[in-house]
Design a protein around this ligand. Structure first.
Ligand code: NAP
Ligand code: MG
Length: 402
């Protein structure tokens, strides 16, 4: 079989620890034998980030702006222990944070569903994708420990000298205070990313806030979404046969629990933080989640939702066998290859990526899986494979599909 040709390179962001090991195995076993793989390689491993004063991360994000599509391996976000372990010059920032700040946008996370691992919520038949706004609200708030009696005020001083003022509360004893903000521009790009992703994946979009209580703050989110939908997306949603649906956040939670799934749930920052953990644990495991950053300018960065699986890496270094699940990392590659195929009109690439995804699912559904899934499956006697043997089993299934 001739290898599939690519026209535009993918931006390849290599990473750390166990996922870096899986990264190479995936390329060697599942990609390079079938694709004339074109990538522009950036090593985001912590060693290289330290050597380049983190310039490599910035370069990789700018390359994503140039080419449009990136695939990223999990990376270490340094903490005090890593400073010592890697002899770092500085406690470098989270690469995901740096990349997100350059590309802007929204992260979409969806479970990878297999028939022998049942979601904890019985009615869920299709994946639920969570879209989390990644700017502001409580994550950028300022707080005061109120020591005792006094008046708390919310004050805005305009550049033109105009002052807006509200009394928050007349305290007659100690308490707490918090000031939150968001900006229209960020909410607008969040809305556009969600509408575009819904069109891209042909799924309905749900959005919910508490606008009945928060008549200015949350209401602004609701209004911005509605305005952008009506002006820019309504016709395309109608043509695609999908729906935009707004409701109150407590109503959304109740409906989600009774739904079949199969839609995108856009969440404000805090709601997304909480609800994505709920949805992912109810569906099974972080190693069975896809994750993609979609920028409002149409750039895409695909990654796994989990970290570098440090504990397994140390076992691996000790020569012990590991059983690390590579599915989320494989799906990061297939997501990126499919998007590249779509943008460049290479159907073979799309077809190959779809078959590779099916090969992962078929292999697990045939009872062959890594240890994390063996603990969750209702399969009576699953075959537990080590990290490499699982990838080899996927390759065997893939050969049958090609
Ligand atoms: P983690 O790498 O996600 O692993 C936590 C635990 O979850 C593992 O010890 C393992 O449990 C299980 N697990 C996660 N992924 C798995 C997989 N693919 N297959 C099997 N089991 C899996 O989180 P962490 O240990 O808290 O973080 C390690 C490093 O990753 C940190 O340096 C952190 O900064 C980084 N991180 C990076 C990203 C990213 O780049 N997107 C995201 C999160 C964390 P058992 O040990 O019980 O088997
Ligand atoms: Mg969380």
């Amino acid at each position: 079989m001739d290898k599939i040709k690519m026209t535009t390179p993918l931006v390849e962001m290599d990473g750390d620890e166990m996922t870096r090991i899986l990264w190479q195995m995936i390329k060697d076993e599942l990609l390079l034998p079938y694709i004339d793989l074109k990538t522009e390689y950036y090593d985001l491993g912590l060693k290289k980030r330290n050597e380049t004063n983190d310039q490599i991360t910035i370069d990789s994000a700018n390359a994503t702006k140039k080419y449009g599509v990136a695939v990223k391996c999990a990376t270490i976000t340094p903490n005090a222990a890593r400073m010592e372990e890697y002899d770092l010059k500085e406690m470098w920032k989270s690469p995901n944070g740096t990349i997100r700040a350059i590309l802007d946008g929204t992260v979409f996370r969806a479970p990878i569903v297999v028939n022998n691992i049942k979601p904890n919520v019985r009615s869920w038949k299709k994946p639920i994708t969570i879209a989390r706004h990644a700017y502001g609200d409580v994550y950028k708030s300022v707080e005061i420990d109120v020591p005792g009696s006094g008046t708390a005020k919310l004050v805005f001083e305009g550049e033109d000298g105009k002052v807006l003022e509200e009394t928050i509360h007349e305290f007659d004893g100690p308490g707490v205070l918090q000031g939150q903000h968001n900006i229209d521009k960020s909410i607008e790009s969040f809305a556009r990313s969600c509408f575009n992703y819904a069109l891209d994946t042909k799924q309905d979009l749900w959005f919910a806030t508490k606008d009945t209580i928060s008549k200015k703050y949350d209401h602004t989110f609701k209004d911005i979404f509605q305005e952008i939908f009506d002006n820019e997306f309504k016709t395309r949603f109608d043509e695609a046969g999908i729906v935009y649906f707004y409701t109150l956040v407590d109503d959304a939670v109740a409906r989600v629990m009774k739904s079949e799934g199969g839609y995108i749930w856009a969440c404000k920052n805090y709601d997304g933080d909480v609800m994505s953990d709920m949805v992912s644990s109810a569906f099974g495991s972080l190693a069975m989640m896809t994750s993609v950053l979609c920028s409002p300018d149409g750039y895409f960065e695909y990654e796994a939702a989990h970290g570098t699986v440090q504990r397994h890496y140390y076992k691996h270094l000790n020569g012990e066998e590991t059983s690390t699940n590579s599915v989320a990392t494989i799906f990061a590659w297939t997501g990126a290859l499919k998007k590249r195929g779509e943008l460049d009109g290479i159907n073979e690439l799309i077809d190959f990526a779809n078959k590779l995804e099916k090969a992962c699912i078929d292999t697990i559904e045939a009872g062959k899986m890594t240890k994390d899934l063996a603990l969750l499956t209702d399969e009576k006697n699953p075959t537990v494979l080590n990290s490499r043997d699982f990838i080899v089993a996927v390759r065997e299934t893939l050969e049958g599909l090609l």
